[in-house]
Design a protein around this ligand. Structure first.
Ligand code: PRP
Length: 204
């Protein structure tokens, strides 16, 4: 389609894996009502699909964070721009991320959430760029191991665009993409959107 990017995870592959993760959470939290927390913005797409694959009365909540200036990604220390609406004290909490890269952001966030004394705290990420991990992290639910590539789509952006791509792309040439971001536009219509059919439930 274009040499600037190739498909790393197809839409169907993502849908199937999200359903499997939802089933695992449904089984692990049977009889309970976990709170799923997403860190805006990328994780929101994954969270929206994931909760519809969980057969429990879950709640969802969102946090928005920002780096403290230039060097912060190196420390992971973040400023909370929007905090949770709900108190998570005594609750079962699952933090839902689109991608864990160095793990610094999540490591810092987990330490702030632990201080609020949830009954339990687990991590669910769609993509795990494990080769880049700095602090050790326990990830209970992992969609795919992700190669150390620049990835876009399904929540992951290129300069705030293309989060709505139905698949996840690996960018082959960041130079080409920087020069002309519209090279990704053809992928927007390359999904496998189908009209809903009562005879074909879309969970497998
Ligand atoms: C991404 C992702 C994680 C973080 C992971 O968010 O959603 O929150 O980076 O990076 P780390 O493991 O190296 O700390 P990003 O900062 O791109 O914000 P966005 O979701 O709004 O695009």
């Amino acid at each position: 389609m274009t040499e600037a990017a190739t498909i790393l995870f197809e839409e169907r592959q993502i849908r199937r894996r999200v359903a499997e993760l939802g089933d695992a959470i449904t089984q692990d939290y049977a009889g309970r009502s976990p709170v799923l927390i997403s860190v805006l913005k990328g994780g929101a797409i994954f969270l929206a699909d994931l909760i519809r694959c969980i057969d429990l009365p879950v709640r969802m909540d969102f946090m928005s964070i920002s780096s403290y200036g230039g060097g912060t990604k190196a420390s992971g220390v973040v400023r909370i721009l929007k905090d949770l609406d709900q108190d998570i004290g005594g609750e079962d909490v699952v933090v839902v991320e689109d991608i864990i890269d160095t793990g610094l952001t999540l490591s810092y966030l987990l330490s702030t959430l632990v201080a609020r004394e949830p009954a339990s705290l687990a991590v669910c990420t769609l993509l795990d760029k494990s080769a880049r991990r700095i602090p050790p992290l326990e990830i209970r639910y992992r969609g795919f191991d992700c190669p150390d590539r620049f990835v876009v789509g399904y929540g992951l952006d290129h300069e705030e665009r293309f989060r709505n791509l139905p698949m996840i792309l690996a960018v082959e040439s960041q130079a080409k993409l920087a020069e002309d971001p519209s090279v990704l536009v053809p992928f927007l219509t390359a999904g496998d959107r189908q009209p809903p059919s009562p005879a074909a439930p879309d969970r497998a």
